[in-house]
Design a binder for this molecule. Structure first.
Ligand code: GLN
Length: 538
């Protein structure tokens, strides 16, 4: 029988519910339990695919092609187990399901209401992963903060769920803030008390409190929180600020969060968590033997969450290479031919980020020209790859004004073109080429050397592709297609023969990099940057 853990948040947003959920899941997994995490988001979009990255950070894409919240990226990076559409549900999707059923007459004769119809639909979705029989434990993270108008139906659904499943089968972990007031020189428990009271008003007694704090919480404060919030003292868990999100599982282990959870769920403690490989990763992460600076050129750089998975992929690849990767975000709108050297001259490698639309694209192209001509390692992702094709077309093949039809529909040289099966699509949501597709690598290429095998799969999210009408011209001029989709013949990877490392992928490798499996292209890119840095100092 599957057990359920709900993670709610109080006091303020950004306390790190996603990381706490992923860390707990990691510890339970390391004890031998099969665990998955799902996120319920209270906004009305059907999924975050239609959100600007400034709104909600990166849109994370799963194997099955769901456009999801970026917390699913943390779940996968920590657990090394893929998630699916069922792992991310929004208010919009819940309402859409209910309204579709209403139209089909499923509630014929009844008034359709938030309670019970919306809450029933939420509970049904909370159970979907558990009912697959694949998981011992399902952790459900609720987006938003307790007290928000929009999260009310979810909170009510949790209350009912807990009542239906029984106290030992469903528990609630509430994440709160214990702020330090500098003027008073002390930690304050009142915000925690208030946010637990808010939960109690909705009929939920939290089982465990995870208290985010900048300073250690001593036993007296733990006792005080326990007394005023009706929990055991050992259910007051300190979550102190950490230098790396990857340290959090070990901090939670020290606080015995996993033990407390297992006791409450009446599950066997089994073995102590086997965190050896995790500790090994942390050891390499925290003791680098070299250092590189890699630039990420993009247009959403004001919000680092827009490139979350890319940033984390560098952490994994850096640890693998025992190299500290300093990632520098560079705004593509600020790069021009006459300042490109000044902007990029100090870098050991350049990644050009994914993106949509025309803003900042010429800066990306100028940046690519610079690193191509100066043998600086280059890695292009999705739009970044497309820009590298445009740059090569314009500046090496002499295809004047070569472009992607996303930017210039009437370009003489559409080297990047809208995919045939995208042309008649008018709906914006969930209609791109999404999710996992196979790719065959050509032997003797950098791509093949990185993966060490011929058949791979990678995740996609785009509408445009390399225009195969130009492939011969490009290959003759030195830019080769080293990865091809065997079913559709789409070019998935381009690379330059005469360059230390110049690789562009039409897919999103950053979505598959995990602590246990750093992505091979990122690993090789960082290695190339290390090589470049070494030569530079010589
Ligand atoms: N805008 C480009 C396309 O749709 C690239 C998308 C991306 O970078 N994810 O093809």
């Amino acid at each position: 029988m599957t057990k359920y853990i709900f993670v709610t948040g109080g006091v303020t947003s950004s306390l790190g519910k996603g990381i706490i959920s992923a860390s707990l899941a990691k510890l339970l997994q390391a004890r031998g339990y099969s665990v998955t995490i799902q996120k319920f988001d209270p906004y009305i979009n059907i999924d975050p695919g239609t959100l600007n990255p400034y709104e909600h950070g990166e849109c994370y894409v799963t194997e099955d092609g769901a456009e999801t919240d970026l917390d699913l990226g943390h779940y996968e990076r920590f657990l090394n187990v893929p998630t699916t559409q069922a792992n991310n549900i929004t208010t919009g999707r819940i309402y859409q399901n209910v309204i579709n059923k209403e139209r089909q007459g499923e509630y014929l004769g009844k008034t359709v209401q938030v309670v019970p119809h919306i809450t029933d639909e939420i509970k049904k979705n909370m159970r979907i992963l558990g009912e697959t029989g694949k998981y011992d434990i399902v952790i459900t993270e609720l987006g938003g903060t307790v007290g928000d108008i929009e999260s009310l139906p979810f909170i009510e659904a949790v209350r009912q769920f807990k009542w239906e499943e029984g106290a030992n089968n469903a528990i609630v972990i509430h994440l709160t803030l214990v702020p330090f007031l500098a003027a008073a020189g002390e930690l304050k428990t009142k915000p925690t008390q208030h946010s637990v009271k808010a939960l109690l008003e909705y009929g939920i007694q939290p089982d465990i409190l995870v208290c985010r704090t900048e300073h250690h919480i001593n036993q007296d404060i733990r006792k005080k929180i326990a007394l005023f919030c009706n929990v055991n003292v050992n259910a007051v868990i300190e979550s102190i600020d950490a230098s790396s999100i990857y340290s959090v599982p070990l901090l939670m282990m020290k606080e015995q969060l996993d033990k407390t959870v297992l006791t409450k769920l009446k599950l066997a403690h089994k073995n102590e968590p086997d965190m050896e490989s995790w500790k090994d990763f942390l050891g390499r992460l925290k003791n680098p033997t070299s250092e590189v600076t890699i630039g990420v050129v993009g247009k959403y750089v004001e919000l680092p969450d827009a490139y979350k998975s890319i940033t984390e992929s560098f952490v994994h690849a850096g640890a693998k290479n025992e190299c500290k990767v300093r990632v520098q975000y560079i705004h593509s709108e600020g790069v021009y031919p006459d300042n490109v050297k000044e902007k990029l001259g100090h870098l050991d490698g350049l990644l050009v980020a994914p993106g949509f639309g025309s803003r900042g694209i010429e800066g990306k192209i100028d940046a690519i020209k610079y690193v191509r001509e100066n043998n600086v390692p280059f890695f292009g992702i999705c739009l970044g790859m497309q820009c590298s094709v445009i740059e090569y077309g314009r500046n090496v093949l002499g295809l004047q004004n070569a472009n992607t039809t996303e930017i210039d529909e009437n370009t003489e040289h559409p080297v990047i073109n809208m995919m045939e099966d995208q042309k008649n699509i008018t709906n914006k949501g969930g209609t791109m080429r999404l999710g996992s597709y196979p790719c065959d690598l050509k032997k003797g290429t950098k791509a093949f050397a990185a993966y060490g095998k011929q058949h791979i799969t990678e995740r996609h999210r785009h509408r445009y592709e390399f225009n195969n009408a130009y492939l011969n011209q490009f290959e003759e001029a030195g830019m080769i297609a080293s990865g091809i989709n065997p079913d559709s013949n789409l070019v998935e990877i381009v690379e330059l023969k005469n360059h230390p490392f110049f690789v562009g992928g039409q897919f999103h490798p950053e979505l598959k990099s995990t602590v246990a499996n750093p992505h091979p292209l990122f690993v090789k890119f960082v290695a190339a940057a290390m090589e470049f840095a070494k030569k530079k100092t010589k």
